[in-house]
Design a protein around this ligand. Structure first.
Ligand SMILES: [Zn+2]
Length: 341
């Protein structure tokens, strides 16, 4: 991540970004409308995620077991979730837990992916590192440079590919003494396990040395998010991790098979809605998680037809961003005007 960017607490960041004089209703972007070029959603998502870790660390003692107050972030990526289709379910009253995220949190259905690429692995790298794929803003080495969307070859890491170390949200949380986890449902996410393991992760020079391995819990059930989520619930009930990234493959898989917006695609959204309900139940039933958990929900790309690889189509690059938790304003529709620099 760019070290020159100031860290902000999630609360202060939310104030800056959320209080717009003219909130926009969700609407289809014009096919001829110019694409927004700056501050794509992944940057905001990651800044908020990291802001939580950094902001709280400034107040909390670093000794293990002495983190006060407890901080938990569940960062969710719904692979291929196109906001237009989620809105259809919300309008029909068929997504009560997504509706709860909206009613109790801050959200926009007009956020953006990376500018250049709209496929799963490069865009998840952006989500987790806060970097665009290619260099941007005139800053040398600002991109993470990962463009491969298939399962990486053995030994490949983000750092060897980029030619420099590519830090992530896992680094910031881990190095500050917080526990981390990645739950995924596509094999290709092994890239993160291997980039941030005990060999390839950076030295921890922040406070106490917590070692090089940045991801404490790694679970990956290829094309089986139900098994993945079941393990997530079990682990989070027994011993919740502070920063937890959850990836649901299902809408993307159904979109490729039968089309974005197909009945099978829509069914994956109602299924994920039910899992969100289980997540709300997990949080409410845990003395650690209740009142201390922030949910960040976004996507790597949308989709149209049976594809999403054309990064110039709004159907592919318009995504949602939903924020829920104790530091989030309630019932706030995030304006995208502040992104239109
Ligand atoms: Zn896909």
């Amino acid at each position: 991540m760019a070290t020159s960017e100031p860290r902000m607490s999630a609360r202060s960041f939310a104030r800056i970004e959320l209080f717009s004089p003219r909130p926009l209703d969700y609407r289809r972007p014009s096919r001829t409308a110019p694409r927004l070029r700056f501050l794509p959603a992944f940057v905001i998502l990651t800044q908020i995620a990291l802001g939580f870790a950094g902001g709280v660390v400034a107040q909390a003692p670093k000794a293990a077991g002495a983190l006060t107050p407890p901080v938990y972030v569940v960062h969710i990526s719904v692979d291929g979730l196109r906001p237009e289709y989620l809105q259809q379910l919300l309008t029909a009253g068929q997504a009560p837990n997504f509706a709860r995220l909206k009613a109790e949190g801050a959200w926009t259905f007009n956020a953006r992916t990376d500018y250049d690429i709209t496929v799963t692995l490069p865009n998840h790298v952006s989500m987790l590192t806060g970097r665009p794929i290619n260099n941007k803003y005139g800053i040398t080495n600002s991109g993470h440079r990962w463009t491969l969307n298939s399962t990486p070859p053995p030994g490949a890491t983000l750092h060897t590919n980029a030619g420099y170390y590519v830090a992530s949200a896992f680094d910031v949380a881990h190095d500050n003494g917080y526990s981390t986890a990645l739950y995924a449902s596509k094999d290709k996410f092994v890239l993160f396990r291997d980039s941030y393991n005990a060999t390839n992760g950076a030295l921890d020079v922040t406070g106490a040395n917590n070692g090089r391995q940045k991801i404490d819990v790694y679970v990956n059930n290829d094309q089986n998010s139900t098994a993945m989520f079941s393990t997530f619930l079990t682990n989070m009930t027994a011993s919740p991790t502070n920063y937890t990234f959850l990836h649901f493959t299902d809408p993307d898989t159904a979109g490729h098979a039968g089309g974005w917006g197909s009945a099978a695609y829509m069914a994956t959204l109602t299924n994920i809605d039910a899992k969100l309900g289980q997540l709300f139940g997990l949080i409410a039933g845990s003395s650690l998680l209740a009142g201390n958990t922030t949910i960040i929900l976004g996507a790597d790309h949308g989709g149209v037809g049976t594809d999403h690889s054309n990064a110039t189509l709004w159907e592919n690059y318009v995504i949602e961003m939903m924020l829920w938790g104790p530091s989030m304003s309630r019932q706030i529709r995030i304006s995208t005007r502040s992104m239109e620099h």
